[in-house]
Write a protein that binds this ligand. Structure first.
Ligand code: SER
Length: 617
C-alpha cells in the first residue's frame, strides 16, 4: 500500500469507531518548550492525558508529524528515520485494554477496513510487571491477544523473556507469540523507564506489535535461530504500541492518573513497509522518486550501497518539514538540527554518491508532491529557499575548509585534534577529512579527536550553564539591573512581535545588555519604539520581582518562558504579573530601580536570529 493510503485507512477506521480526528500539531512545539521537537503523537496531548478535558471528546485520533533528533546517527540502516508520521489514537477514560487491543488487531489484519497483514507475521510483547513499582504482570492484555490470535487460527503461547539483554540468545519456541518483558522494554513514558521519569510525568505499561520480516531480514549474527521479537536482530520491526497510560510519577513513586487512558502510536512508514513486506523502510513510495533520481545521477544502484541514499532521502524530507515549520538554520537548538540535516544531505550527495552538480533543491518537488495535500506548509516557497541558502553556505564552507585542510595536509599528517578543529571551526566533516587524506596519501590519526571533542563539549556545557542557570559573569549592580531588563525585553518582544520570539543568547556587561532571539526579519523603527515603550512602562509601574522554586508542571502552567533543564524543581523569576521566566537570578527587587531603557542597535547575527543591544540610562 501507499503511504497516503495507509494513513487514510487508519484515520477512517478510527473515525468509524467514534474518534475525532485531529490535525497534526506543529513539529516544533509552541507550548511545551521542554523539547525541541514533537517526538510522539501523544506529546501535544499530555495535558489531556493528565486529566484536562479535551474539547473534541474522549476518543481522539490523528497522524502526527514527529522528529527524533536522537536518531540522526542511526539513519543509514533499513529502519531508522529522523522524521516520521505517527498514527495515533487515544482514549481519555473511554475504553481501555480490551477494546484497544481488539481494534488494533483488526486494523492490522482486516483486508477491507484495515491493512490486511497476515496474523502469522505478527508477534506481541506485554509488560512482565514490576515488584518495586508494585505493578503486576499484564495478564489481561496477554489474554486478549491470545484469544484474538486463536480466533484467527494462529497458535499463541506466552513466554517470559524479562530483560532484552538476558534473553538475547533465547529463541522463539514453537507456538510462542506473546512475550513478557520488563519495564526497560514494555513501559512507556516520554523519558523512558519508570526510574528516569521526572515528577509529574505520565506513563504506563504498554503492549507492542512486531512484524516478522523473515529470516532474510535478520542480522547474520542471528542466522542460527529465530530470535525473540524485541531483540536487535532486525528481523522484527515494531509497528504499533498501545500504552496503558494510567500512572503518574510522584516524589515517592507512582500514583494513578484521574482516568485510565490509552495512547496508541504506530509509525506510518513502518506500517507501509509491512504492507509491502519489505524490511527496508526506504523502499516505500515516500522515498521512491528521491532515491531513483539519486541512482540515475550517480550511476550507482541503490542495493549496492544504500546508506548514502537513505541519509539523503531521510535528511532532505526531515529538513523540509522543519523548515516548513518556520525554523531557519543556525548554530543552536532547532536551527542547528536543520543545519546538520541539510549539510549531511549535501555531503552525502557529493561525497557519498559522487554527484557534483545536483542541488538538493532539485529533489524537493518529489517530496512536495507526496505530502502537499495533507501538509500544505511543505509546498511554501520558503522551504526550498531555506534549504537552497543553507546548501550554498555549506558549499562555501567546504571550499574554505578545503584550503585549511590543504595547509594542514602539507605537513604530511593530520592529528585527531586538527580533524576536530576542521569540523568544529570550519564545518568540515570528519568523514571528509578522512577520505581526502586517503586520496592525498596523507596519514590521519583519530588519536586526540575524542578528547578534543570532550573538551569542547565540556566548555560549551559550562558556557550554557553560565548562561541559563543564572550566575551572571559579574554580579555588579549594573549587571543585575541589565539582567532584569533583559527579562522585560524578552517578554516585550513577544508582545510586540509574537510568540515565535525565543531567546537564542544573552550577554550582559555593566555597560549594556545584548539579547539574541529568533525572528526572521529586521524590526521596523515603529516596532523598536513599541518595545522600548512597553519596557519603560513596566519599569515605571514599579513591579516587584519575585523568585519562586516550583515543580516543572506548575511552571509550565504559569506559562514561564525561556530555557531550563528538565528537572523536578525549577526556579522561575516573576516580574509583577508581566514576565515569568526560568532563570537562576540574580535580579533587582523592583523594576523602579532600572532607570530608562533604550535600544541602541538591532541587527542580524545569523539566519533567522536578530540581536538587540540596549542600555539603561
Ligand atoms: N507514545 C507511544 C509511543 O511513542 C505510543 O503512542 O510509542
Amino acid at each position: 500500500m501507499e503511504l497516503n493510503e495507509v494513513r487514510k485507512r487508519y484515520l477512517d477506521y478510527m473515525r468509524d469507531r467514534g474518534h475525532s480526528v485531529l490535525a497534526s500539531a506543529p513539529l516544533v512545539p509552541r507550548e511545551d518548550s521542554t523539547t525541541l521537537f514533537t517526538g510522539s503523537g501523544m506529546q501535544p496531548l499530555v495535558p489531556y492525558l493528565l486529566g484536562k478535558e479535551h474539547p473534541k471528546g474522549t476518543r481522539l485520533a490523528n497522524a502526527q508529524k514527529c522528529f527524533r533528533a536522537n536518531d540522526i546517527d542511526e539513519v543509514g540502516d533499513n529502519r531508522h528515520t529522523t522524521f516520521f508520521e505517527m498514527l495515533g489514537n487515544w482514549s481519555l477514560g473511554s475504553y481501555f485494554k480490551k477494546e484497544q487491543i481488539e481494534q488494533c488487531f483488526l486494523f492490522l489484519t482486516d483486508p477491507n477496513s484495515g491493512l490486511g497483514l497476515n496474523p502469522e507475521r505478527l508477534y506481541v510483547s506485554v509488560f512482565a510487571g514490576d515488584k518495586l513499582l508494585n505493578i503486576p504482570r499484564d495478564e489481561e492484555s496477554a489474554e486478549v491477544w491470545r484469544q484474538l490470535f486463536t480466533s484467527a487460527g494462529v497458535t499463541a503461547e506466552t513466554a517470559h523473556i524479562g530483560s532484552k539483554e538476558n534473553g538475547d540468545r533465547r529463541g522463539i519456541k514453537n507456538g510462542e507469540r506473546i512475550f513478557f518483558y520488563d519495564a526497560d522494554e514494555n513501559w512507556w513514558s516520554r523519558s523512558g523507564s519508570p526510574d528516569t521519569m521526572p515528577v509529574g510525568e505520565p506513563g504506563g505499561p504498554d503492549t507492542e506489535v512486531f512484524y516478522d520480516f523473515g529470516d532474510s531480514a535478520a542480522d547474520p549474527a542471528y542466522a542460527d535461530m529465530k530470535p525473540h521479537p524485541a531483540s536487535d536482530s532486525g528481523r522484527f520491526v515494531e509497528i504499533g504500541n498501545s500504552v496503558f497510560m494510567q500512572h503518574i510519577r510522584t516524589k515517592n513513586g507512582f500514583t494513578q492518573l484521574p482516568k485510565k487512558n490509552v495512547d496508541f502510536g504506530g509509525g506510518l512508514e513502518r506500517l507501509v513497509a509491512a504492507t509491502e513486506d519489505t524490511a527496508d523502510i526506504f523502499r516505500i513510495d515516500a522515498f521512491a522518486s528521491c532515491i531513483s533520481a539519486l541512482a540515475e545521477r550517480s550511476g550507482i544502484a541503490y542495493d549496492t550501497r544504500p546508506r548514502p541514499f537513505r541519509i539523503v532521502a531521510d535528511h532532505l524530507r526531515a529538513a523540509m518539514f522543519i523548515a516548513a515549520d518556520g525554523v531557519s538554520p543556525s548554530n543552536t537548538d532547532q536551527g542547528y538540527v536543520l543545519r546538520r540535516l541539510v549539510r549531511s544531505a549535501v555531503y552525502n550527495v557529493q561525497y557519498g554518491l559522487g554527484i557534483a552538480d545536483l542541488p538538493l533543491t532539485v529533489l524537493v518537488p518529489s517530496m512536495v508532491s507526496m505530502y502537499a495535500d495533507r501538509y500544505p506548509e511543505i509546498a511554501e516557497e520558503r522551504v526550498v529557499q531555506t534549504i537552497g541558502d543553507e546548501e550554498e553556505r555549506f558549499i562555501t564552507t567546504l571550499q574554505k575548509g578545503t584550503k585549511v585542510f590543504d595547509a594542514i595536509a602539507k605537513k604530511g599528517a593530520i592529528t585527531g585534534e586538527e580533524m576536530f578543529t576542521l569540523q568544529s571551526t570550519y564545518g568540515f566533516p570528519k568523514e571528509l577529512t578522512i577520505s581526502l587524506a586517503r586520496e592525498k596519501h596523507v596519514s590521519v590519526s583519530s588519536d586526540g579527536y575524542v578528547s578534543a571533542m570532550h573538551r569542547h563539549r565540556e566548555s560549551s556545557r559550562q558556557a550554557s550553564e553560565r548562561k541559563f542557570k543564572g550566575g551572571l559573569a559579574d554580579a555588579s549592580d549594573m549587571s543585575v539591573k541589565y539582567h532584569t531588563a533583559t527579562h522585560l525585553l524578552h517578554q516585550a518582544l513577544r508582545d510586540v512581535l509574537g510568540n515565535t520570539v525565543e531567546q537564542r543568547g544573552s550577554n550582559i556587561t555593566p555597560e549594556r545588555l545584548r539579547f539574541d532571539f529568533s525572528y526572521d526579519r529586521k524590526l521596523t523603527d515603529e516596532e523598536k519604539k513599541q518595545v522600548e515603550t512597553v519596557v519603560n512602562d513596566k519599569i515605571q509601574e514599579g513591579l516587584e520581582v519575585r523568585c519562586m522554586d516550583m515543580p516543572l508542571e506548575e511552571a509550565r502552567r504559569l506559562g514561564a518562558i525561556g530555557t531550563f533543564e528538565y528537572g523536578d524543581t525549577v526556579r522561575v523569576y516573576c516580574i509583577g504579573e508581566y514576565s515569568k521566566e526560568f532563570c537562576g537570578g540574580p535580579h533587582v527587587g523592583n523594576t523602579a530601580d532600572l532607570g530608562s531603557f533604550r535600544i541602541t542597535k538591532e541587527e542580524s547575527v545569523a539566519a533567522g536570529i536578530r540581536r538587540i543591544k540596549a542600555v539603561l540610562e
